[in-house]
Design a protein around this ligand. Structure first.
Ligand code: CAA
Ligand code: NAD
Length: 283
């Protein structure tokens, strides 16, 4: 039996971090959410309240359950408040240098035995582990968006990740109601290695003149995908998607991973997708 986790820290209160904190609290863990932006914390809090209200409406939880879940969640802009967490999941912007700097700043505050997991979509876990003070207690724990709905968590072991760290992470993910797969520590792991080139190809088709709705309808009606690739790109975030594809192109070194120039233009314009109110569609 691996060590039990009673409190989870989440770094980054964006679309992923808010969802991870919610499922941790629903699984009975205390969850502290840290972000540098106060407004992100407020948005996370109201988003969680809205989703719990929806669960009450659908008679999945009671009003008392909602209060108990909200009572287990706390929000902070101070890294030191993560000191009481047994397990910390990082879900900040998809940029290796920014993540490495965060792990260095975090080190003095973390408890000695705490496990540190990254929700990165594509960056090497071995590389991020090296920037932490605990490579054997560092792991990739890749949730899918939207976290409360999607069943999968990919687990990625870095070169130095210990067996115990893997076991604790797998048990925690299962306890949050997720199924896990073990991926390799290579660009994009499993899901994004397959998904992101497909989305990139859809953006090339758009650049070549196919209408967005025709692209999305084709994949929804033709392959039973729940969302078309351009809608999914907006949902993931075009800034995140571009970072993933740039990393693929750089590290896998093949032209087939070249990010579509139109994607780069949209990111330059600040059209990051749903979270920004505009991407391939307007929200
Ligand atoms: N957060 C939380 N819950 C959400 C949500 C969100 N952002 N969006 C939808 N939901 C919930 C809804 O509340 C609803 O739950 P209830 O039935 O309990 O109310 C349920 O999901 C279904 O929602 P809808 O009926 O409104 O819409 P839908 O049937 O079209 O489903 C969807 C929405 C689940 C998002 C579906 O469109 C879907 O599966 N899309 C594909 C998602 C996907 O591929 N995700 C992986 C992205 S890649 C990734 O995450 C990895 C990476 O690193 C980039
Ligand atoms: P997001 O843009 O919604 O949120 C990122 C949050 O991180 C923001 O609230 C921002 O204020 C905060 N932040 C930025 N720098 C910070 C720092 N130094 N310290 C603390 N907080 C900081 O992004 P997201 O979509 O939630 O993605 C977060 C991570 O999860 C990325 O690594 C991404 O690749 C990964 N991921 C994303 C998806 C997806 O579909 N969007 C799916 C799986 C994994």
């Amino acid at each position: 039996m691996a060590k039990s986790i009673s409190s989870v820290g989440v770094i980054g209160a964006g679309q992923m971090g808010a969802g991870i904190a919610q499922v941790a609290a629903q699984a009975g863990r205390d969850a502290v959410i840290f972000d540098v932006a106060e407004v992100a914390l407020e948005k996370a809090k109201s988003g969680i309240a809205r989703r719990l209200d929806r669960a009450i409406e659908k008679e999945q939880i009671s009003t008392a359950d909602k209060s108990a879940i909200e009572g287990r969640l706390s929000y902070t802009t101070k890294l030191a408040d993560l000191g009481g967490s047994d397990f910390v999941v990082e879900a900040i912007v998809e940029n290796p240098e920014v993540k490495e700097k965060l792990f260095q700043d975090l080190a003095p505050h973390l408890s000695k035995d705490a496990i540190l997991a990254s929700n990165t979509s594509s960056i090497s876990i071995t590389r991020l582990a090296k920037a932490s003070d605990r490579p054997e207690r560092f792991i990739g724990m890749h949730f899918m968006n939207p976290v409360p709905v999607m069943e999968l968590v990919e687990i990625i072991r870095g070169l130095q990740t210990s067996d115990e760290t893997y076991q604790v992470t797998k048990e925690l993910a299962e306890n949050m109601g997720k199924k896990t797969v073990l991926a390799i520590d290579g660009p994009g792991f499993i899901v994004n290695r397959i998904l992101c080139p497909m989305i990139n190809e859809a953006i090339y088709l758009l650049q070549e003149g196919v209408q967005p709705d025709d692209i999305d309808q084709a994949m929804m009606l033709g392959t039973n995908h729940p969302m078309g690739p351009l809608t999914l790109a907006d949902f993931v975030g075009l800034d995140t998607l571009l970072s993933i594809l740039e990393l693929f192109h750089r590290e896998l070194g093949e032209d087939k991973y070249r990010p579509c120039p139109l994607l780069r233009k949209y990111v330059e314009a600040g059209w990051y997708g749903k979270k920004a109110g505009k991407g391939f569609y307007t929200y």
